[in-house]
Ligand binder design. Structure first.
Ligand code: SF4
Length: 117
């Protein structure tokens, strides 16, 4: 016995998983960006924004060819950069300098934790 599926059959409503997936990979604006000042590479990234927040990013792939025979740099970027938006909004992200740095505690060897959201 063979199960047959009518390929013309469509569901009236998308599943919850389909809705979540569509929402995860939707955006309302694409901008150009790069990453923090601690990295000098400044790789060009396309930044996908929804409701004013970065939802994901991808390498720009727009580095011009320097000259024939020189390896193509595209797509320029690293793993850290490719997941930057996850760090950007992480509750573990340290937003302010160490509390002890301005008062000289850093020299004492005491480690202070940064202020978290
Ligand atoms: S992708 Fe990586 S190497 Fe490039 S700017 Fe961002 S952090 Fe630096």
């Amino acid at each position: 016995m063979t199960d047959t599926v009518d390929p013309t059959t469509t569901r009236a409503e998308p599943t919850r998983t389909e809705l979540d997936y569509s929402r995860r990979w939707s955006w309302d604006k694409v901008a150009w960006g790069t990453h923090c000042l601690n990295c000098v590479a400044t790789c060009p990234y396309r930044v996908f924004v929804r409701d004013g927040k970065v939802v994901f990013e991808e390498q720009g792939g727009n580095i011009p060819v320097v000259e024939s025979g020189v390896p193509d740099l595209n797509p320029l970027g690293c793993q850290k950069g490719a997941s930057w938006s996850q760090q950007l909004y992480s509750p573990d992200r340290i937003l302010h300098p160490c509390a002890g740095s301005a008062s000289g505690d850093r020299a004492s060897g005491r480690r202070s934790l940064g202020t978290r959201r």
